[in-house]
Design a protein around this ligand. Structure first.
Ligand code: ADP
Ligand code: UDP
Length: 238
């Protein structure tokens, strides 16, 4: 399906209209950003690895009962997806404390959370994506209570499925962010699941294999994404 018009250019992806009003082309660029867009760089080949990584994960989730927006992969960097009405919300699950929660609560990096922790954040870079709760979502009408329950249920299911998938490849899923939207009255998992939006640590050495390599200037960002893909048995076309 041909791309017609770029309707959004985000920090890592662009969305294009197609000849079918229900579909969008999601293009993964090499652009990489952190700290609400304050640190930016283009990392050669990241768009390609992320597009194919995302498709592998979304396919795996579909096979395990999570409905997603992915229709098909078009080429190395592009995929066809259903066009959704997105919730302006990020759903995060943490299996270990890392990143913003350590700053917020003074928690030790890597602390194991026996009960995975679910958090909502408002998608708003200008405000620094603040932490919000169910009450904010209801009062500001970002979603209703059934939609909130559905997003939580699906995110916990994603955590269960992917924690196992990664652990089978020697990786700990420390935390991740997902987004949802509505397509014809149905809530679907949308956006992406790639090492840009999760933390993955080697189970033996606790080496970081995700976007923290970029955030913390550790180097070998795209190389690490390829290593994760390889461990999961993906064949990435560059
Ligand atoms: P950001 O908005 O954080 O800069 P991206 O660069 O990833 O992020 O841009 C992708 C945008 O497309 C995001 O705003 C995301 O919510 C939105 N999006 C993802 N999947 C869909 C979809 N299926 N339909 C409509 N919008 C989507
Ligand atoms: N995350 C994301 N996009 C965001 C914020 C967070 O993909 O706008 C991911 C991040 O990569 C991590 C998880 O969500 O895997 C939790 O992020 P955290 O709240 O710790 O924020 P950070 O310190 O990573 O910005």
């Amino acid at each position: 399906m041909k791309k017609i018009k770029e309707i959004t250019k985000g920090k890592a992806k662009s969305m294009f209209t197609t000849e079918n009003d229900d579909y969008l082309v999601m293009h993964f660029s090499d652009d990489t950003s952190a700290f609400d867009g304050k640190k930016k760089e283009a990392l050669l080949g990241k768009g390609a690895v992320n597009n194919q990584f995302n498709a592998f994960i979304m396919d795996h989730l579909e096979q395990n009962g999570v409905e997603t927006h992915l229709i098909e992969v078009i080429d190395a960097t592009d995929s066809l997806v259903y066009k959704l009405e997105m919730f302006p919300i990020e759903c995060v699950i943490r299996n270990r404390a890392s990143g913003s929660i350590c700053k917020r609560l003074g928690t030790e990096d890597g602390l194991i959370l026996e009960n995975p922790l679910f958090e909502f954040f408002l998608k708003d870079d200008d405000l620094g994506d603040p932490l919000i709760n169910d009450e904010h979502i209801i009062s500001f009408e970002w979603a209703d209570s059934n939609q909130i329950q559905e997003m939580k249920k699906q995110t916990y299911l994603v955590n269960e499925i992917l924690s196992k998938l990664f652990l089978d490849s020697g990786l700990i899923l420390v935390d991740f962010k997902v987004e949802f939207g509505v397509y014809k009255d149905k809530i679907l998992l949308a956006d992406e699941f790639t090492p840009d939006g999760c933390r993955l640590w080697d189970v033996n050495t606790l080496k970081k294999m995700d976007k923290d390599r970029f955030r913390q200037g550790l180097g070998d960002v795209v190389e690490s994404y390829h290593q994760v893909a390889e461990r999961l048995g993906m064949n990435i076309e560059t």
